[in-house]
Design a protein around this ligand. Structure first.
Ligand code: LMR
Length: 328
């Protein structure tokens, strides 16, 4: 219920921001699905808007619509091509309809930490993957990491067999589906905004997400506890429409792209601290966080890692090897 009042407030504040745009300014709408503040993506979007509105004042006006108030991730990519929004940052798992290469980022236990993610995404192989959406009319402006995922459920999960027979909400990702099935669970693809209600009413038993999403969406309140598995990356593609970008005045475009680049850098530099803070926020709010012994963690790795081979053909072995090498 608290989530409902947040949504109402944020919707109102987006309207207020819209009325702040001066006539003649190019309106740049950024739609996303997470909390407006205290979340890596929410904070990064807000900061980018602040800079655009200050440094491009008179030329551009950015409005941010958080919390799925404008579009959910299914619709936002269409909305970009229709010109209803100009920026979005859906998770890489949500690009399945456009490219299978991003399945790489969903492979369980691929990256050991966020530094490894940064090393890979800034490498030539990582940067090449930004271009995967170009044939579909999208330009990838950068990766925004959001953290590693943890499992939660309505009962304690210490080893994979504890998940036997449970139903987990997943993003629209076939890799995640295979991973949950390998654990003996079943997977249900649901939009992010449906997750709290689905957990609360028992439509699903558990879910997997970052500390920031688990805290800001209050998932921990309707779960028995969270197990610190760090099993999979959650990262976003900051994305725009190529046609819109091409249509901009070159000087305007350069300034805007520079702000996006700096926002990307700042977002990735801040993510580890925000994640650690939200992990602690969950504990402070009475949520239960369960740590794994090395031996327990190895059981999760052993059960999930075999799904890699299933997707190797879609992704390419070279790319998987390059990502693994970023761990060293
Ligand atoms: C999810 O659907 O769980 C995430 O992609 C939400 C988000 O944007 O962090």
């Amino acid at each position: 219920l608290a989530a409902v009042s947040t949504i109402t407030l944020t919707a109102a504040s987006s309207v207020a921001q819209a009325s702040d745009c001066d006539p003649g300014e190019m309106v740049i709408k950024f739609s996303h699905v997470v909390a407006a503040t205290g979340h890596p993506k929410g904070d990064a979007a807000t900061k980018l808007a602040e800079r655009v509105n200050k440094e491009m004042n008179g030329k551009a006006c950015m409005e941010v619509f958080p919390n799925s108030t404008l579009f959910d991730d299914d619709k936002v990519l269409e909305a970009l091509l229709l010109g209803d929004v100009q920026l979005a940052a859906p998770s890489l798992s949500k690009f399945e309809a456009y490219t299978l290469k991003y399945r790489l980022y969903d492979l369980p236990f691929l990256f050991k930490d966020l530094d490894a993610v940064e090393r890979f995404t800034t490498s030539d192989a990582g940067k090449d993957l930004l271009k995967m959406m170009e044939p579909n009319g999208y330009t990838g402006l950068g990766y925004w990491s959001s953290g590693l995922k943890q499992f939660s459920a309505n009962k304690p999960l210490m080893v994979p067999s504890d998940a036997d027979g449970l139903k987990f909400r997943i993003q629209t990702s076939d890799v995640a589906e295979a991973m949950i099935e390998a654990m003996g669970g079943s997977a249900q693809k649901l939009a992010f905004k449906e997750v709290y209600g689905a957990l609360q009413t028992g439509v699903v038993d558990g879910q997997e997400n970052t500390w920031s999403n688990i805290y800001t969406q209050k998932f921990f309140e309707v779960q028995d506890g969270i197990t610190e598995t760090n099993h999979q990356l959650l990262a976003y593609l900051l994305v725009t429409s190529t046609e819109w970008l091409k249509g901009l005045d070159p000087e305007f475009r350069d300034q805007f792209l520079k702000l996006c680049e700096e926002a990307t850098h700042d977002a990735n530099a801040a993510v580890a601290a925000t994640e650690a803070k939200n992990r602690q926020n969950i504990i402070d709010a009475g949520g239960k966080v369960r740590e794994l012994t090395a031996e327990q963690r190895q059981q999760w790795v052993d059960v999930m890692k075999p799904v890699w081979s299933k997707f190797e053909g879609d992704i390419g072995k070279d790319l998987i090897d390059a990502a693994v090498a970023a761990n060293n």
